[in-house]
Design a protein around this ligand. Sequence first.
Ligand code: SF4
Length: 215
Amino acid sequence: MTNMLRVNEIFVSIQGESTYAGQLCGIIRLSGCNLRCRYCDTRYAYDDYFLATVDEICNQIGQYQTPLLLLTGGEPLLQEESYELMDRLSCLGHTVLLETNGSIDISRVPSGVVKIVDIKCPGSGESQQICWKNLERLAPSDEVKFVISNQEDLEWATQIVAHYQLGKVCRVLFSPAFGWIKPSTLAEWIINHHLPVRLQLQLHKIIWGKEARGR
Ligand code: SF4
């Protein structure tokens, strides 16, 4: 079947992550992921899906009338049609955010889409999958995100930020893996090391709890 995407869910909520956190946001979650992070909180998106065309997705998300849209997963870039979808949503006048796990080349993502790129720390168990070339493909409007599970991750992420001067490239987010490390540990580390990063808490989990779906 051509031009169909595997979609896990489409809903409207408050954007929970990135510097756009707190804003009303239409969310499209595509199904399937090539990684298996230890702390993954969206395992339900690995295999569950319904099929929809780009047109159908645009119509459904359009009903929410939100200027801000998020394309997430799973890993959205595994599906070829995701590029057409981002293009169409941008052309409709939305601000489109793409959350991607950082293992796939982001150079074909349409310009104008805000790329929020994970840099997988060792605690994820998937740091060997990082596509390091992506760090050369970031725009100032993009964001990189480190999900921190433990002290080793904190030290590793700090070294990567310094080595690649990421604070001068784009916005940098440090996010505690929910339930693995205390937010206060990250906050104190950022203060003590004067890091050019932003502490990010997963707002949707604070509001609705860590098991909530469609939120
Ligand atoms: S990349 Fe995201 S969706 Fe995929 S396993 Fe890791 S946390 Fe889960």
